[in-house]
Every structure is written in structure tokens, then in C-alpha cells.
Design a protein around this ligand. Structure first.
Ligand code: NAP
Length: 483
């Protein structure tokens, strides 16, 4: 019997193709465990074909110039919008994130295309007064073939948003979508097949350990942009180094602190603590503020209000506009979330809210868990130290700023932080001292396009979403002209 979305194809060298291996990956709806479609499980041979096609297309793609590339990126945005309803239907079923949240993702992808199309003429060099007898200039040139590997939480957005700066800078791309939620990449493949010169965009679905690894190791892929977990990022750095010298940028995980000072409006800060967890996509966000650091003076009142808000979150069918949280993305991720809830209990934290799978009939199948809050968490506990990437919030208590900073900075991660206070000096002192790459003062969760997003410590290397990202897809040459 056929599945809802059928067998879909990927894009290699301008053709929609199956894997040469004949293998297929299954895609499952996490809301009900229904098998909803298949995509090719691409092999190393498929990756080799994709890289060869990208390599062949690269010189001409660079040569067509900024304006022609910008026009094509903007046209890609228009075509994504034309098919937005279809993309939304596929992504909600394939990811489990709520329809309200995922509706924004096509818009974010179009925003990235527009942004980088508009920045094309900024891919420029400098003149440097290094001597009086010569003219010293720099120029920027593309790497050639770029590999982009995406995680499961925003499959279409990360595929498009990640490819946009690489393409704008004159590179061709080989993109690997996540195996858990790969279906929207087949729609992207169809659009790109019709739009771009053959070989400019290649999309290969498959497992990280096989398809992703083949991209990373390929000697003709000198630039890799990766979004995913710390262990995968480390594996990619190691594997990349085995073939040749490569430029690898990594956007990795977070265990992000939200630090609340005694002078805040508690209701506003409670709202931020809930919204900062991104429950609309089950907390599966690298930027979720999953460690809530409360000053002892407001702790008890805060926690009471927080529990009321979390208990009221409406879990349900992600395709229903009224649902505020859907199922966890995959069985493996669901089991991970449950495992960490177990660790929280074992390590002596107090379960304040959730922590279980609801028993109602609509949750009988699928990967459901109530949004969960643990109080009385101490910095040594596993739920305080390790990224869960799910709807689990850990509440910790502090007395002095030094203690708050010590807790905030005590993990391997350094992606985002949210600081809540009305005292500007305290806010800025904290922002300077906290070891995170992206900080909100009296804010949460939002990405502001144009500002550099990325992590310190094990949360990554490189910055995305701003001009730094565009330029990171170029290499600088210095040229000295005798005059
Ligand atoms: P993941 O397991 O690291 O996978 C991310 C992608 O990398 C997937 O496409 C995966 O393939 C592939 N992959 C895994 N191992 C690989 C290897 N050795 N070589 C090449 N490719 C490999 O992460 P995830 O579970 O999908 O996503 C959650 C993680 O992403 C969290 O840690 C989250 O914080 C992080 N994230 C970071 C950001 C950011 O901007 N900093 C944004 C979103 C998510 P499969 O298809 O087989 O999984």
C-alpha cells in the first residue's frame, strides 16, 4: 500500500534521482508513528556523483556574477512561497513541530535568500597601503564545492538558509537533510532542478554516518557548514582532517542559561522562561534557555507561576492550529528525553511539572511527553550539564552574581543566554561575563537576521545569519601590483 507522500527523489547533477544503491529511508510521522514516505538512502557513490556534478558546475556559477546569482536566489524564495502550503503539510507530518511554528520557517528561508542576495556586492576586497611603490589589494573567491549538513528541527529552513550564503558567494552546494525529517528536501529538490543550472544545487538524503561522512571526507569539498550536536561536530572535525585541510564551521548544541535578577517584573520573566523553551517545537531548539537560574528572593513565587503556565500548555496534533506543543521528532529523541527525565529523578531533582506521557487516546501512538520542569536542580546533575534537546527545563537557585555566573559558565556549551534585570550595569556586566555567543537582555529566543549567531566553547565555531557567514564562504587572496 502506498504511503501519504510516496517515494520521493533527491537532486544530483540536475536530475531527480533515487540512490544507485536502490536503498530507501523510511520517514515516520512522530504524532502517530505512521509511515508517511520514503527518500533515497544515498551511498558514497551517490555523494561522489553529486560532488563531481557540483565541481563541474562551479566555475560557470561563479562566472555568471553577483546579479544573476542574486536573481536566482530571490526566484527560489518566490517558488518556495508558491509551494508553502505543500511544504507546511509535509513538514508538520514529518517533524511533529506545531503548524504555527513551521509556517514561519518558509518565511525565514525566504528571508535568508533575500538577505544574502542583497549582500552580494559586499563580497569585496580591500586596498592596503602596505608600501608606497606597489598597489596591494585583496580579492575574495569561492571555495568551489560546499557541503551543508542539516539537523532535524528546521529541515527546510536550515537546508535553504545554509545554502544561500554559499551559493551567493559563488560556490555550488551538496546538501544533506536530516534522516528523521527528510521529506521537504524532496520539494526543494524539485524546485532547484527547475531553477538552477545543472549541478549548482545537489541534495542527497541519507544517514550522517554514511552520506554525511562521505561529504565531509570528500577531497573536493573544502568547505563544510554543519549544524547539529557536539558529538557529531567533533566527529566531523576529525573526519574532515583525515583527507585534507578544510574550513569547517560548526553550529552546535546549547545548555543555555536564563539568569533572573531580583528586580524584574515576575510575570514578564515567567513568560520569557516559558517562551524561551520553544515548546511549540518541543524544546528542540539549540537556543532554548533550558537552565533557569533564579535569584533566591523570587524563586518560590516564580516557580509557582511557572508551574501554572507549563501545566496549561496544550499538547496535541501538530497540524491543529490550537496545539501549543506536538510530539518529539523521532523515537530515538523521545527515548533520550525520557532517559533524561529519569536522570533528573535519580539525581534528586524535584519534578515540578510534566515528566510523563499523557494517557489520553490521542496520545496512544507517537512520541508524546508532557512539557517538563525540574526544580531544586544543582549544577552537578546531568539535567543541568547535558543538552537534552527536548521539552525539559531545569530550575536552579542562586544568591550572588558570582554564583550565578559560575553556574551559567560551568557547562561545556556557550551558545545563547538570556539575562533579566532592569539594572543596565548589572545587565551589561553579566553579558560580558557570561560565556555565550548570542545574548538577549530582557529577551528570549528571537534570531535577529543580520546579527551573527553562533556559539563559544563546544557550541561551535563560526557565525551564521550575518555578513560573516557570507564571507566565510570565500577565500581571500592578496595581490601586489608594482606601480
Ligand atoms: P545530529 O545528530 O548531530 O545530526 C545533525 C546532522 O548531521 C544530521 O543530518 C546527521 O545525519 C548528520 N550527521 C551526524 N553525524 C554525522 C557525521 N559523523 N558526519 C556527517 N554528518 C553527520 O543533530 P540532530 O539530532 O539532527 O540535531 C540536534 C542537534 O543540533 C542539537 O545538538 C542542537 O542543539 C543542534 N542544533 C544547533 C543549531 C545551531 O545553530 N547552533 C541549530 C539547530 C540544532 P542523520 O540524518 O543521520 O541524523
Amino acid at each position: 500500500m502506498g504511503t501519504r507522500f510516496g517515494h520521493r527523489k533527491m537532486l544530483i547533477g540536475g536530475e531527480l534521482v533515487e540512490s544507485e544503491s536502490g536503498r530507501w529511508l523510511e520517514s515516520v510521522n512522530p504524532a502517530n508513528e505512521e509511515l508517511i514516505g520514503h527518500v533515497p538512502q544515498c551511498s558514497k557513490a551517490d555523494v561522489d556523483r553529486a560532488v563531481a556534478a557540483a565541481k563541474q558546475a562551479a566555475p560557470e556559477w561563479d562566472a555568471i556574477g553577483v546579479k544573476a546569482r542574486a536573481d536566482l536566489l530571490r526566484e527560489l524564495g518566490r517558488r518556495l512561497q508558491e509551494r508553502a502550503a505543500e511544504i507546511l503539510e509535509v513538514e508538520v507530518a514529518d517533524c511533529g513541530s506545531t503548524i504555527g511554528k513551521l509556517r514561519g520557517d518558509v518565511g525565514h528561508a525566504v528571508g535568508a535568500l533575500d538577505q544574502f542576495a542583497g549582500l552580494g556586492y559586499e563580497i569585496k576586497g580591500e586596498t592596503i597601503p602596505a608600501s608606497t611603490n606597489n598597489l596591494h589589494i585583496t580579492i575574495r573567491q569561492p571555495y568551489g564545492v560546499v557541503g551543508r549538513i542539516a539537523p532535524f528541527n528546521h529541515p527546510l529552513y536550515f537546508a535553504v538558509g545554509g545554502a544561500a550564503p554559499a551559493l551567493m558567494a559563488g560556490n555550488t552546494v551538496v546538501v544533506k537533510p536530516p534522516e528523521q525529517s527528510p521529506l521537504s528536501a524532496s520539494i526543494l529538490s524539485e524546485i532547484c532542478r527547475d531553477l538552477f543550472p545543472r549541478g549548482v544545487v545537489n541534495i542527497v538524503s541519507g544517514f550522517g554516518a554514511e552520506t554525511g561522512d562521505a561529504i565531509v571526507r570528500h577531497p573536493d569539498v573544502r568547505r563544510i557548514g554543519f549544524i547539529g550536536s557536539v558529538p557529531s561536530g567533533l566527529a566531523i572535525q576529525r573526519a574532515a582532517a583525515e583527507t585534507c585541510v578544510k574550513h569547517v564551521s560548526l553550529e552546535l548544541g546549547g545548555k543555555n542559561p536564563m539568569i533572573v535578577f531580583p528586580d524584574v517584573d515576575i510575570d514578564q520573566a515567567v513568560n520569557a522562561a516559558v517562551m524561551g523553551m520553544n515548546f511549540a517545537w518541543q524544546g528542540q531548539s539549540c537556543g532554548s534557555t533550558s537552565r533557569l537560574l533564579l535569584h533566591e528572593s523570587l524563586h518560590d513565587e516564580f516557580v509557582g507561576k511557572l508551574k501554572a503556565r507549563i501545566d496549561a500548555i496544550r499538547l496535541g496534533d501538530p497540524a491543529d492550529e490550537k496545539s501549543q506543543m506536538g510530539p518529539i521528532n523521532s523515537k530515538a529523541q523521545y527515548e533520550r528525553v525520557l532517559r533524561y527525565i529519569g536522570y533528573g529523578k535519580e539525581d534528586g531533582a524535584r519534578l515540578l511539572s510534566g515528566g510523563y506521557r499523557p494517557e489520553d487516546a490521542e496520545f496512544k501512538r507517537g512520541y508524546w511527553v508532557r512539557p517538563t520542569v525540574f526544580a531544586d536542580v544543582t549544577p552537578d546533575m546531568r539535567i543541568a550539564r547535558e543538552e537534552i534537546f527536548g521539552p525539559v527545563l531545569s530550575v536552579l537557585k542562586w544568591k550572588t552574581l558570582e554564583e550565578a555566573l559560575h553556574i551559567a559558565n560551568s557547562v561545556e556549551y556557550g551558545l545563547t543566554a538570556s539575562i533579566w534585570t532592569n539594572d543596565i550595569k548589572t545587565a551589561l556586566r553579566t553579558a560580558k561575563a557570561v560565556q555565550s555567543g548570542y545574548i538577549w537582555i530582557n529577551g528570549f529566543s528571537s534570531h535577529y537576521r543580520g546579527t551573527p549567531f553562533g556559539g563559544l566553547k563546544n557550541s561551535g565555531t563560526g557565525r551564521e545569519e550575518g555578513i560573516d557567514e557570507l564571507l566565510s564562504y570565500t577565500e581571500v587572496k592578496a595581490i601586489h601590483i608594482g606601480i
